[in-house]
Design a binder for this molecule. Structure first.
Ligand code: ATP
Length: 222
């Protein structure tokens, strides 16, 4: 199983109601899961738990058979760099670096990603082309790209070096419907080709039809 979660409980503060409560979740290699729910339902919090950025109060999160709670903070960071591609809500690109250099960043932080990319520069060029970024945009500073272009760069950065798990936090909300659909199909196609499990978060239920499975989150009520 790429992702396996059991009996998960997370609160931001001891006295606060749970932000995430989830009995069970499993995502197999190569499968895609659509996670939806209203604003505040705990979607981003759950992604950060899966990424090992936040620690649960209770429960178990296993990625690729590895329990995150059994790793030290440093080993969790290394595990994340090796095995997870993250597409952030605000993309988190380094604005002064070119699109191409942003895509190459994971290969700088993870030897495993570098090796699996084989030839990182060629892999970055292939991914950017596959995601439909105009060739002229690949050398431009990321800060000068349109939102749609930045989103493609963020997706290519998550995909490079074929991490087993790709996590995307509402990366399409700034796009119109036709562009959202096209982007999701490109992302899904690349994730499937790499055999990666994909978890995609959005409040827009219309997008669910693209994915193998879907799950509604309702904060502590789920
Ligand atoms: N850093 C934080 N400190 C304290 N509470 C937080 C923090 N981040 C989120 N929360 C709270 O946790 C709950 C879940 O928030 P989260 O951002 O996970 O929801 P979401 O479903 O991703 O929402 P959105 O669709 O608006 O992005 C909310 O009640 C929110 O106020």
């Amino acid at each position: 199983m790429a992702i396996r979660i059991d009996d998960l409980l997370f609160r931001w503060r001891a006295a606060a109601p749970p932000a995430v409560r989830l009995e069970h979740l499993a995502v197999a290699a190569g499968r895609s899961l659509f996670l939806h729910g209203p604003s505040g339902a705990g979607k981003s919090t759950l992604l950060n738990l899966i990424g090992g950025v936040l620690q649960p109060e209770r429960g178990r999160i296993e990625l690729l058979g590895q329990a995150l709670g059994a790793l030290s903070a440093a080993r969790r960071d290394a595990f994340r760099a090796d095995h997870l591609g993250f597409i952030f809500q605000q993309f988190n690109l380094l604005p002064w670096l070119s699109a191409r250099d942003n895509v190459l960043l994971p290969c700088r932080f993870s030897r495993r990603r570098r090796q699996r990319a084989d030839d990182p520069a060629a892999a970055a060029a292939r991914l950017l082309a596959a995601l439909d970024l105009e060739p002229a945009a690949t050398a431009a500073p990321a800060g000068e790209l349109s939102v749609g272009q930045q989103q493609r760069v963020a997706a290519a950065r998550a995909l490079i070096g074929r991490p087993e798990i790709i996590v995307a936090d509402e990366p399409t909300s700034a796009l119109d419907a036709a562009r959202q659909d096209a982007f999701i199909e490109l992302l899904l196609g690349e994730a499937r080709a790499a055999g990666s499990a994909l978890v995609f978060v959005s409040h827009d239920l219309r997008l669910a039809r693209h994915f193998d499975d879907s799950l509604a989150l309702a904060g502590g009520e789920a």
